[in-house]
Design a binder for this molecule. Structure first.
Ligand code: ZN
Length: 457
């Protein structure tokens, strides 16, 4: 293996490692490790075993598997701190992938890693196998002896969801650390080093209304018999104001102080049709990350194709609420429930049922690990790191944060917003992978140095 004195020339070391990392990424991405019901379990175990072998070869001596009911094995590895005053960093990523979806939409078979301009295309090659490999690259660059203690957590059923999310607080000793690098994310755009500092919370609410025992002829009864669908639509239309901003009281909205997409980038990423304006007011960061969003994600009503000339007796909608990273999930959900419960369109009450909730997350960005990470990302990409948030949630982050409440949580990695996560033709760029490996190395070096300075100060 390549490494000389990593402090002298991390960049050259990482460059030398790239060919090997690329071929390991190709091996890993060729395994269809889809941990969803209905998919074979064998490839998931194969990916697990491959990783264990790669970690051993990278110098990780202590490796265990955490087996919980109904979930793929979690790879757990440990490298003790080189000196008693060195900090411990937990490295997280996952080796399972989303199902490929409709394979006819792929330009090459999803589990045959295929070169694209500047990178590779395959299912899971960005989310999250690129980051598994980035962690591995960091270990290799230091010949398995990084300047910080290491704990490795590579999960195998992140995409489907797993009981592992709530496991860390039950075994806090194992997950104790000073900082964690949650590498299941990436950059706002290729070449823009990005730390994700917030994840919005999520809650679901179902609202329904019954007005008649059964459908009635709209010619004979329409005009006086209340139409359940119309009642529901009137209720849903109160959730936003004329600008498209959420109009429900009690949902937190703050100014977004980090970076965000340009409107053009966002329109492109979201696939907004030409001539269709975006909704809401204020910055995109505020609309997407530090403010609420309510989306009608399902509606039970007669289809147009099978529509009879009848007054609709019953209608139901499912709403997905996203809320400020720091707002309590119960409080946010209760705000939406209270808004709907208070409505009586045409004097008709609605039945409102709260569903699942998931907490958001907001990182504290003032500590030594953040300082080290900002310096490391700048070194790797040659430009100052941006802060962004994301609407998607990573439930395990909360589990890990509860298990190690004093640890700083860093979210960065080799993905980027344009890499088609969970969509056909997922791809990763070598430029981002290489810079991520370098950033992880530089982070370990900076953080260890900073930590020692802090101790002696
Ligand atoms: Zn992921």
């Amino acid at each position: 293996m390549a490494a000389t004195d990593p402090d002298n020339d991390l960049r050259a070391t990482v460059d030398e490692l790239m060919d090997g990392l690329r071929s390991d990424l190709e091996r890993l991405a060729a395994i269809p490790s889809v941990a969803f019901p209905g998919f074979p379990g064998q490839p998931v175990r194969e990916a697990h075993d491959l990783l264990v072998g790669l970690l051993r070869d990278a110098g990780v001596e202590h490796i265990e598997r955490i087996d919980l009911p109904d979930t793929a094995p979690v790879v757990f590895g440990e490298i003790p701190p080189p000196t008693p005053d060195a900090p411990t960093v937990l490295l997280y990523s996952h080796y399972d992938v989303q199902p490929p979806g409709d394979e006819s939409l792929w330009l090459s078979p999803p589990f045959e890693p295929t070169p694209v301009e500047g990178g590779l295309r395959a299912r899971g090659i960005a989310d999250d196998k690129s980051n598994v490999i980035a962690h591995l690259g960091m270990l290799r660059a230091f010949n398995g002896r990084p300047p910080v203690g290491i704990k490795i957590v590579f999960e195998g059923q992140e995409e489907y969801g797993s009981p592992f999310d709530t496991y860390p607080p039950t075994d806090p000793e194992r997950f104790a650390c000073d900082a964690m690098v949650i590498a299941d994310l990436g950059n706002l755009r290729p070449g823009t080093p990005t730390l994700t500092t917030g994840l919005r919370g999520a809650a679901e609410v179902v609202v329904e209304v019954r007005t008649l025992k059964e459908p009635r002829h709209s010619g004979e009864f329409g005009g006086a018999a209340p139409d359940a669908l119309l009642v529901l639509l009137k209720a849903l239309s109160t959730l936003h104001d004329v600008h498209g901003d959420v109009a429900v009281e009690g949902l937190r909205r703050d100014e977004w102080t980090g970076t965000t997409y340009t409107e053009e980038e966002f329109r492109d990423l979201a696939g907004v049709e030409p001539g269709v304006p975006l909704i809401g007011s204020g910055t995109l960061g505020e609309r997407l990350w530090s403010g609420p969003a309510i989306t009608v994600i399902g509606l039970d009503a007669p289809t147009v194709e099978h529509a009879a000339s009848a007054v609709v007796p019953y209608a139901r909608a499912k709403l997905n609420l996203r809320f400020h990273p720091r707002q309590d999930p119960r409080e946010a959900q209760a705000a939406l429930v209270a808004h709907l419960s208070a409505l009586k369109p045409f004097g008709i009450p609605l039945t409102v049922t709260p569903g699942d909730t998931g907490p958001g997350y907001e990182a504290a960005t003032g500590g030594p690990a953040y300082r080290a990470a900002r310096a490391a990302l700048k070194e790797a990409w040659g430009t100052e790191a941006s802060y962004v948030a994301t609407g998607g949630s990573i439930p395990l982050v909360n589990g890990l944060a509860q298990a190690a409440p004093g640890a700083e949580v860093l979210l960065f990695g080799a993905q980027d917003s344009m890499c088609n996560l969970h969509a056909p033709n997922e791809r990763v760029l070598f430029s981002e992978l290489r810079a991520t490996v370098l950033a992880m190395c530089a982070f370990a070096r900076e953080y260890a140095a900073d930590f020692r300075r802090g101790e002696s100060a």
